[in-house]
Design a protein around this ligand. Structure first.
Ligand code: KE4
Length: 431
C-alpha cells in the first residue's frame, strides 16, 4: 500500500477550509472512496503526489493537458508572458492570435468571445441564443454536462418531454422549467419536443461526443438529425465542444463528424491548462454580443494574456501534421489493451472510444445514453480505480468521467497501464 499520509493530513486541513476539501466536487473521490491525492507537480504523462508517489495520469486536468504536464514549450512561453505582466484589462495581441487560430480551425466560428471557463461559455451561448431567436426554452440531453449555470443544472421531469426540474437546490423551478431534458441519441424525442414546443425553443445544446456520463458516442445520424431538425424549427444548434474541441481533431467534433453548428462552446485545451473558455459562431449571431450589440457578457480576466499564451502554444503544437494520428494510435492501443485484459479475466466491460478520449464501463451491454451508462457496475469501477491507483495509474475518480490520453504518454506507459489493469481484473475476478 503506497504511503499517502501527507495527502491525508492535507485533506483533513482542506476539509476545514473548503467545502468537501476541494474546489470542484468530482475531485473529492466520493464515488471511489478514500481521500483525494494532493498533487505536488506534473511532468509529461505523470503526476507526483505530496508523498512522492508517481502516477501515470489519465485525468490530464480533465482534458486540457493534451500535450502532457509542464510541456517545455508551454512553460517557457508562460515564463516569457509573465515577465511582461499578467493582466491589463485591456486588449492584447495574444487575444487576436488565439482567436485567429481558433476561427481558422473552426469555419463555423467567424467571431469568438473568450471567457474564463466552460461554464461561462455555455451560459453565455444560451443567453445569446435566447436573444437571437427571441425564444426562451432550451433542449439539453440527459447525461450531458454543460457546466454549472442554472439553466443546465436541470434533470428530466416526470416524462422525457416534460419540462425540466432543478437538479440542485438553489436553481429556481421557474428557470429550470425552461429547459427540456431528452435522452441522448434519441432523435424521435427531439422531433416530438420540437413539434410540441418548436416555436418556443431557442436552442438545442449537445456534447457532440458525450463525455460526462462516461464517453458516449453519437449514434449514426444523430448529429445530422439534430442539425436538420433545429434548422427546420428555426432554433440554434449549440455544440458544447469544451471537451471535444481540439481533442477529436484540430477541427473538433464538428470537423470530425462534418456538422456545422450555429454556436460552439470551447474550453480546456484552448487554455493549455490555464483558465480559458470561449463561445463563437457566425457574425450574424455574434454581433449581438456587447459592446457590438445588446447581449451583455463581460469578464475581468477574459482573454488574459498569460492564459492566451498557453492556448496559443498548445494549438500551434497540435496543428503540426500527424499529431492526431499519434493520439489515435495511442488511444487505440490503450483501449484495445484494456478491453482485451478485461475479456481475458472474464470481467464484463464495454469500451467507448473516439481518438484519445474513452471510457471503460463495467457492463456487458452497449452504452448509448445515460440509462445504459447507469447500468454500469459502479462498485466494480471503484474497485478497479483503487487497484489501479495503488499500482501507480491515476484514472478519473468516477465511472461517469472520461479517460484522456496525451501526446506525452509513451508506448511503455500504455503497456504498463494495460499490464496493471490485467492484474486488477484478475484480482476483481477472485473476489
Ligand atoms: P468548466 O466550467 O468546468 O471549465 O467547464 C464546464 C464544462 C462544460 N462542458 C463540458 C462538456 C464539460 O465537460 C465541462 C466540465 N467538465 C468537467 C469534467 N467532466 C470538469 C471537471 C470538474 O467539474 O471539476
Amino acid at each position: 500500500m503506497t504511503n499517502r499520509n501527507r495527502s491525508r493530513e492535507m485533506y483533513e486541513q482542506a476539509c476545514r477550509l473548503l467545502p468537501g476539501g476541494v474546489n470542484s466536487p468530482v475531485r473529492a473521490f466520493q464515488a471511489v472512496g478514500g481521500n483525494p491525492l494532493f498533487i505536488e507537480r506534473g511532468q509529461g504523462a505523470r503526476v507526483y503526489d505530496v508523498d512522492g508517489n508517481a502516477y501515470i495520469d489519465y485525468v490530464c486536468s480533465w482534458g486540457p493537458l493534451i500535450l502532457g504536464h509542464a510541456h517545455p514549450a508551454v512553460t517557457a512561453g508562460l515564463a516569457g508572458a509573465i515577465a511582461g505582466g499578467t493582466s491589463f484589462g485591456a486588449p492584447t495581441e495574444r487575444e487576436l492570435v488565439l482567436a485567429g487560430l481558433i476561427t481558422d480551425a473552426l469555419p463555423s466560428v467567424e467571431k469568438i468571445r473568450f471567457v474564463n471557463s466552460g461554464t461561462e461559455a455555455t451560459m453565455s451561448a444560451a443567453r445569446l441564443a435566447r436573444a437571437f431567436t427571441g425564444r426562451q426554452k432550451i433542449i439539453k440531453f440527459a447525461g450531458c454536462y454543460h457546466g454549472h449555470a442554472d439553466s443546465f443544472l436541470v434533470q428530466a421531469g416526470s416524462g422525457a418531454l416534460t419540462l425540466g426540474v432543478p437538479s440542485s437546490p438553489g436553481v429556481p423551478p421557474g428557470l429550470s422549467s425552461l429547459t427540456i431534458v431528452l435522452p441522448y441519441n434519441d432523435l424521435d424525442s427531439v422531433r416530438e419536443a420540437l413539434q410540441q414546443w418548436g416555436s418556443e425553443i431557442a436552442a438545442v445544446i449537445v456534447e457532440p461526443v458525450a463525455a460526462n456520463m462516461g464517453v458516449v458516442l453519437p449514434g449514426p445520424g444523430f448529429l445530422d438529425g439534430l442539425r436538420q431538425l433545429t434548422r427546420e424549427a428555426g432554433c440554434l444548434l449549440i455544440f458544447d465542444e469544451v471537451i471535444t474541441g481540439f481533442r477529436l481533431g484540430f477541427g473538433g467534433a464538428q470537423g470530425y463528424y462534418g456538422i456545422t453548428p450555429d454556436l460552439t462552446c470551447l474550453g480546456k485545451i484552448i487554455g493549455g491548462g490555464l483558465p480559458v473558455g470561449a463561445y463563437g459562431g457566425r457574425t450574424e449571431i455574434m454581433k449581438l454580443v456587447a459592446p457590438d450589440g445588446p447581449v451583455y457578457q463581460a469578464g475581468t480576466l477574459s482573454g488574459n494574456p498569460v492564459a492566451m499564451e498557453a492556448g496559443i502554444i498548445t494549438l500551434n503544437l497540435l496543428k503540426q501534421p500527424g499529431i492526431y494520428q499519434q493520439l489515435e494510435e495511442r488511444g487505440e492501443h490503450l483501449g484495445q489493451g484494456l478491453a482485451k485484459a478485461a475479456r481475458e479475466a472474464g470481467i464484463d466491460t464495454t469500451l467507448n472510444r473516439v481518438g484519445s478520449l474513452m471510457s471503460l464501463f463495467f457492463c456487458s451491454e452497449s452504452v448509448t445514453d445515460l440509462d445504459s451508462a447507469l447500468k454500469s457496475n459502479q462498485e466494480q469501477f471503484a474497485r478497479y480505480f483503487n487497484l489501479m491507483l495503488n499500482e501507480g495509474i491515476y484514472l478519473a475518480p468516477s465511472q461517469f468521467e472520461a479517460l484522456f490520453v496525451s501526446l506525452a504518454h509513451t508506448r511503455e506507459d500504455l503497456d504498463q497501464t494495460i499490464k496493471v489493469a490485467g492484474r486488477a481484473f484478475l484480482q476483481m475476478r477472485e473476489n
